[in-house]
Structures are given as C-alpha cells and as structure tokens.
Design a protein around this ligand. Structure first.
Ligand code: TRP
Length: 334
C-alpha cells in the first residue's frame, strides 16, 4: 500500500477552506492508503514560539477537528510531530542541502515573509532561522515516513516541490534513499469566502469553522455578498456573482437549478435564499459536529488515538533513519 503523509499546524480550528481544500480528500483517501496525519506542533512554534500554551491547546482542538471531519482512527494514524525526534535529526541533515536564497524564493514562505515584514518591520529583524527553514522540516516530516502522496491545500505545493528537490539532492550525494513525494490537490483547492474574498482564512475574518454553531453560521451567511445590482426582493440577479449561490453549489444543494432560475427571474429574495443556505450548511455540519461532541465527551479515547498514532509513526521513522544513517556513514555503533 502506498503511504499518505500530511497534516496541519495546530494554530486554530479547521474551517470549510481546510475541509474542501484538503481534509475531505484525506477522508476519502484514508481507506486506500496507509495514512499518517501529523499535528505539526513544531512547525506551529516557528511562528508561535512565544505562545506555547496556544499551540498546546490547539493540538487537542485539531485532533478533535480531524476526528469530527471523518478521519477514521481505525484507518489513519494521527500523530504529534514533536514526539518524533528523528524528524528533528533529519531536518538537520537536510538543512545542508538547501540554500538560504532558495528558501527565500519559496513562494509560500515569501508571501509569509511579506506579511511579517508588514507587521514587524524589516526582514532581518523579524525572520528567524527556524521560520525560514520550516519547509526543510516539512521535507523531513514527509520523507521520514517514506510518504508517496501528500494531500494538501494549494499553498503547500511549493513545500512539496522543495521536498522533491531535497530528495533528489540527497539521493545524488548519499545514494538512493528516499522517493519523491507528490502533492495531491482536491477539486476545490481554494474556496472563496462569503465576503467575496478569493480565499477563506482565519486571518481574513471570513472563516466558517467546522465547529460553528447555527448562530455563528447565520451571522456570517446573512452578511454574505450578493449581486449588488439587486436592490429589491424581486429584482432579477446574476447568481454567478453571488456568494450565497456559490455556497449552495459548493454544498451540493439538490435545489440548485431552481435557485438559479428563480434568482435570474427575480422570483427569489436574497433573505430567503440565505436562510436556505443556513439550513443546508447546518445539515452539512451536523454529522461533523456530532462526531466532535462524541470525542469531546471521550477525551481518554482521543488521548489513546494520539498515543497509538504517534507510536506507529515513530516505529516507522526509526526504520527509515537506519537507512539514512547508513547511507550518510553515520551508523557508528550499528
Ligand atoms: N505546512 C503545513 C501547514 O501549514 C503543515 C505541515 C507540516 C505539513 N508538515 C507537513 C503538511 C507535512 C503536509 C506534510 O498546515
């Protein structure tokens, strides 16, 4: 069986952008692949080293969100990155194979550097060695488990590309050791926000979280952007520029054709259309929230899942590291 390795930083709750961008894919794929899902606490610290408590709390939240979203612990291993010290070791070996200028050229890192520079001033003052190097540790996450496929959102593609470069370089210097992993993108790699923004994100303030209550969902849906030319309830409008319609489509509302026709004909008011979307969205979230509730009430089960997942990931990593040390002539006392 081929292996999937993927994960997220524990910095906040999962939202629909995560779900449609990658989590849904992982849920589908877990039955056909050996699946490892990491809670990237070490990577979260590159950005949040001053807030260890925040990272710690979100490790638990992320585990709950994964289980709620349908990651099935009888098919997937969910594990905690910092509990695999071999990955830190491999990161050090990999760090020789990447230039600093290449790290600065990584488009995702570059974008994040831009954001930080805006917040904190010049690059040199705000960009740490650990932050700049996180794609190297991500390469170690993936290769330490011999990952074949990495189902992720599109912002992660540069990191997988960088992983492939590191693998090629490693294999050239130390002999064939790793395979080149491939990113797997979903059919909806990036979903728009209800506010019309190109992307859904925590920092954009437009996220609908998997754990949102009906009240929270209602508030967000009621303020969604619709066709601005529609002023009165019975004005005809263009569903293609309406975020409410976009979400009806995304959530597979069986009523979609009728909505489209009625909207174009002016026989559907936006308020009614939004109310229908709230219903569809809550129905979509219901099984997710029911599973979350179950695991919230059974913390010992979540603990056991994380422990077993971590033990299994570590076992596998140890095997890979034997190969690494041998090929790097570091197998002193073997
Ligand atoms: N970079 C990912 C994120 O921002 C998290 C991550 C860490 C990851 N290591 C990984 C993803 C390995 C896939 C594979 O959420």
């Amino acid at each position: 069986m081929k292996t999937i390795i993927t994960g997220d930083r524990p910095t906040g709750r999962l939202h629909l952008g995560h779900y449609f961008g990658s989590v849904q894919n992982r849920v589908k794929m877990q039955y056909d692949y050996d699946t490892y899902i990491l809670i990237a606490d070490v990577q979260a610290l590159t950005d949040n080293f001053e807030n260890p408590q925040k990272v710690r709390e979100n490790v638990h939240e992320l585990a709950l969100d994964y289980l709620a979203a349908g990651i099935d612990p009888t098919h997937s291993h969910i594990y905690i990155q910092s509990c695999i010290p071999e990955v830190a070791e491999l990161t050090v070996y990999f760090s020789n194979l990447v230039t600093v200028s290449r790290l600065y050229r990584n488009p995702t890192t570059k974008h994040e550097v831009g954001q930080k520079t805006e917040l904190f001033g010049s690059d040199g003052e705000s960009i740490t060695y650990g932050f700049l190097g996180y794609p190297v540790s991500q390469a170690a996450d993936i290769t330490a488990l011999d990952g074949d496929y990495v189902p992720v959102g599109e912002d992660q593609v540069p990191h997988i590309e960088q992983t492939r470069e590191i693998v090629r370089k490693f294999n050239t210097i130390y002999g064939e050791t790793f395979k080149e992993p491939e990113a797997v993108l979903s059919e909806t790699p990036r979903i728009k926000g209800l506010d019309g923004n190109d992307k859904m994100g925590k920092s954009l303030g437009n996220a609908i979280y998997l754990a949102d209550t009906e009240e929270e969902v209602s508030k967000k849906v009621m303020s969604a952007v619709t066709d601005p030319s529609k002023i009165k309830k019975d004005d005809p409008a263009n569903p293609d520029i309406c975020m409410v319609y976009y979400y009806h489509k995304l959530l597979n509302n069986p009523n979609l054709d009728t909505i489209c026709k009625e909207c174009k004909a002016g026989s559907r008011g936006c308020v009614a259309c939004k109310k229908e979307l709230i219903k569809v969205m809550m129905e979509f979230l219901k099984p997710i929230q029911e599973r979350r509730k179950y695991y919230e009430e059974h913390p010992e089960e979540v603990e056991r899942i994380l422990q077993e997942g971590t033990a299994s990931a570590r076992e596998r990593t140890k095997e890979v590291m034997k190969r690494v040390r041998k090929n790097m002539k570091l197998d002193y006392f073997e």
